[in-house]
Design a protein. Sequence first.
Length: 273
Amino acid sequence: MGNRAVLTTGAVLCVLSLVFLIPTALMANEGAENLEGLEFDTSVFYFDSIISKNSTHEFTLEYIDEDGEGSLPWILMVPGDYSDEDGDGFLDACQDLVLVVHNEEGQNLSESDVGKIYCSSEKNLSSEEVDSSDGLVDIGHICHTFRDDPQNCQVGMRYTIALYNGSGNQVPFTLYDSDASTIALIGSLAGGLSSLSIAGLGGLLSCCGFLVGTIVFIFGLFIGTPLPEESVFVYEPPNSNLNNHARESARPESKSTGSSDMGEWWDDSENID
């Protein structure tokens, strides 16, 4: 017969592990539903160039880096596609375009690597396409500091962006705040991912608990219940030492047969004579 205590321990572990799977499954289902129902609107991070009071197309942005670890870029976009029909190695949509940047103090920072256009086929930004159906081509970066060679942007500084073609005329453009959109997307995913992570950890613990309980239960089948130790009781009457002493005292004392109070044997012979 198996060891009852070990069998009970294994069975309890198995039952508790199975019961713990119920809230784990519910949490996993909730996390999956949150991810399936996630609706992330990227349109709120698109900013078109504005016609200013001077009738110029421009946009002013403020560089923010709260954690000091760098920022993903504002992506510069223009209408068009990523074609190079003339085969000159430059995208047709951004050929001969010039980026002009001023800070809030009016200084021209166009040559200070605050922003840059990547128009050559060697630096094609099509892999960074935000939305292939928006009809816009990604042609450059503004304040891209989250990389090995960060662009020269100062935290809290406001920069005014303008774009010109080869004829010196201003060109309408769009900026996409990739850093803010990434942070918003991570925040939207956080709830669902946290639920799935906790559910995954709970499921792992449940499986481990069930496995351990099964092993303990099987182990209990092969070991017997230990027999209780036998106890030997020896009856010893009360005051046994006193009784033994009394018996010893009651024994008669042995007397010598060779002599008596009446004298020695030769004394008797003398009296006979």
